[in-house]
Every structure is written in structure tokens, then in C-alpha cells.
Design a binder for this molecule. Sequence first.
Ligand code: ARG
Length: 513
Amino acid sequence: MSEEHETDHREASGRASGQSPRADGDAGGDRTAVRRDRFSGGPARSFLSSLADDERIFAADLAVDRAHVVMLVEQDIVEADTAGEILTALDDIEDAGHGALPDGEDVHEAIESAVIDRVGQSGGKMHTARSRNDEVAACIRYRLRADVLELVETLVGARERLLAVAREQTETVMPGYTHLQPAQPTTVAHWLLSYEQALQRDTARLLDAYVRINRNPLGAAAFAGTPFDVDRERTAELLGFDSVAENSMDASAARDFLVETTSAVAGLATTLSQLAEDVIVMASKGHVELDDDYASTSSIMPQKKNPDTLELVRGRTSDATAGLSGLLTNLTGQPRAYNRDLQRAGRHAWDAIDSVTESVAVAAGAVATADWPAERLEAAATGGFATATGVADLLAMAGVPFRTAHEVVAEVAADLDASQDAPDYAALSAVAEDVLDDPLSAYVDREAVEAALDPTESVAMRDSRGGPAPEAVADQLAATADALASHSERHEAARTGVSDAATRLRTEVEVYV
Ligand code: ARG
């Protein structure tokens, strides 16, 4: 409430004196001190303050301050000398670091106080034509986009590592599961590419979210715009925002860019948890051997090698889902245009993105350094009569209705004893003759049946688009490389946009300091 009063007061005094709304001239009186006194004490002081949390947006706030001041001077709202003093003070404040800031309700107020401490009362002109509401929204967007870019970069690197493993393992047959029961043979490459496809969509969701993060809320002021002739496109340009968050009330209030990002992060974490779980199950069966760097031992059981890294990847999913849930709960029912609840929104996104960014790298590292024991995997792919569907398909390809073929093979499967992985030709032939009233050889020859019972042949036969046969996987590998290159390009373009803007802003600042 106090902030609104103060803003009103400043604007009202400009109008009352019959001036156009410029902040030039002597503001008179020690309003900042009044403001500081107003927030100076009380049992809720530290409860109200976000200064410690705001370390995350310290650099962002300095950039936002600089861009705003450069725009103010370009628009003749603040004089060049004053702007120079403020910008010099901001450099000094940056050098001193977040820890050197004076006490304050938040980083915005603390930096403003630090500027005034250095420059004197004219430092108070920095906050002309804005509010902490548009300021904090700009800071969160500015910082979040850097975090999203880091996550995307990590993700692209991780996907490249998974792709390299897939390229090497196109012939490595392994059992595929449904309901965690042996289902059909596949390959390590095909299995990994299934995760690559999911990670591709997870990456795309983050890149799409980036577009809506990277909009400029500055110039919205508290929510109702400003009588000053601000140039919102110019601050967007100086901060590397691709466009302006148009409606000033929405610009202050909106945090759905946080929801969208955290939701994408939670989806990504869920994908990683599934990959982690697969590898944990494989490790438990001896179908993969993790590198020592990604395993833990037991403090009591000397023989143990545990997939703890992957269990933590799985466990960290809760950081992301908790973040999403916390964020949605924070935002639910908040009326327009700004409420202090919002001060607690960002942390949910930061927690989620930090935690999951680390998970991405660890999950990829664990998979990329693991050993895939081909012989053991192939033997396992024979287990549980996992080639059964292939045998039924063979009969169906010879003209037996698939449902009948399924019945033949199901009956053979039911007759298998516990020690048998798969039936032999004779067993199959006997049942087939019974059900089909014709000898099996009337439909398929022995060689074809034996091939279908072989997991490697079984995989090779499933060469439909997207399937596990090595030539079908080769197409998927090529498409994956293309998708990776395109995501990498989008990431690079965004990075360049951000770093060009930083250079531009510095160049403009140098004009005045
Ligand atoms: N620390 C506040 C936040 O993070 C800044 C905005 C304060 N605005 C206000 N009207 N009290 O949301």
C-alpha cells in the first residue's frame, strides 16, 4: 500500500505544479528517508523482506535499472548528468555485490537506496515512471530466460550423448517390456531413441515457453501505465526482450510464463524419472553395468553396487512437481494486479529448474558411461518367450488369421515349463496341426519359424517405420540428428540475442558514465 501512495504522491506533485510529467528539477524533501522509515521496523520486517532470495535476480535488477535509466534519458525524462551518476553508482553497486547492499524490503529497494547513498537525492530519479511491480516482473523474466537457456543447453548436450550410445547399439538386442513382463525383443538403440523422442518434445516445450518468457513488462509501472513518455520497445531492445508485454495490468500481474516453464520442467523430470527407472530395473537384472562414477556402494554389504544416481534423478522429480504445484497454488485466485503473494512465486520455479538441470546431466552421464552386456541382453531377450508375437506374425503373414495364430502361439506358451524360454519347432508344430487342421509346414517352413524364435531375427523383421530393425533405427537416428541440430540452432539464436543485448546495453551505458 505504501508504495502505491508514494507513486501517487510523486505523480500528483508533478501535476499540481502544472509541469509536464518530467522528473527533472529538485524533488525536494527527504522522501526516501520517509519511505525507509516507513519500512524500518516491526516484528514482520524480515518476514516481509525478500532481499536474501533476491540474490538470484541481483544481476537482472542491475540490467533492468540500467536499461530503464538509459531509456529515461533518451526520452528526456532524466538529465544526462543525473543518468551518468546513477549508472556509475550501479556499476559500483555491482562490483560491491549483493552482500554489500543496505538492508531493504527487497533487492529493488536496496539497490535504489544504495544508488541514493552514492548519488544523493537525485538518485531517486531512477524510479521515475516505473514501479517495483513491472521491475520485478522484468527481473524474473530476465533471469528465467538465462536459466531456461542453460537447461536447454544441458539438455541438448545430454541428448547428444544418448544419441551417440544409440548409434553404437543398433544391433544390441534387449528385452522390451510391457507391464514389466518380457514382451518383445528390441534393441538398446531403439529403447534409447524412445527417450530421445520424449526429450525432444521436452526441449521443444522449453523453447516454446522461452518465447513467452522473453517479453518486456517494463513500462507497465504499478499496473496502470505512466504519464511519462516511456519507450517500452527501447527497454525491450536494451534488455534483449523480443517483444513488449502489451497490457500494462497483465504485464504486472502475469506469472503464467513461470507456470509454463515449471510445467515443462516437471514434464522433463517425469521423462527422466522413467529413463532412470528403466536403468534401475536393468541394473537389478544385470542387463546394464553402471560406471563406478555413477554408482554407490553399501556401507555394510560389500558386494553391492547401487544405482543411487538414477534413484536421485527419479527422486528429484518431486522437486519439479512440488514446484509446479506450489506455483499454481500461489497464483490461484490472486486478484489483479499485484499482491505480495507473488514474492513467493519465483522460488518454486527456481527450485524446479535448478534441481532438474542437474538431473539431466547426471542421467545422461550414467547412461553414456554404462556398459551394455550384449550376450546377456540377447539371452534375456529370449526369456519369457518374448519372440511369441513374431511367431504369430509369421503365421499371419502366411495367411492364418491373426487371431487364430495368436491362439496357436498362446497355447504353446501355456504349455512351456518353467525351465523353457521358448518352444521348439516340434511343440509348435503339434499345436498348430491341432488348431489349424493342417501341418505347420503347410504355412511356414522350419527355418522361418526358427528365425522368428531368434531375438535378433525377430528384431530385424520389425522394420516398419519407427520400429526396432536396424535399418528403421537408422532413419530415426538421422531424424534425431536433424532435430538436435534445429534445437541447438534455436538455443544459439536465443543466446546470441541475449548477449548482443548485453553488449548494446553496455555501449549505451558507456555514453553516460
Ligand atoms: N519484492 C517484491 C516481489 O518480489 C517486489 C514488488 C513489490 N511491489 C509491491 N507493490 N509491494 O514481488
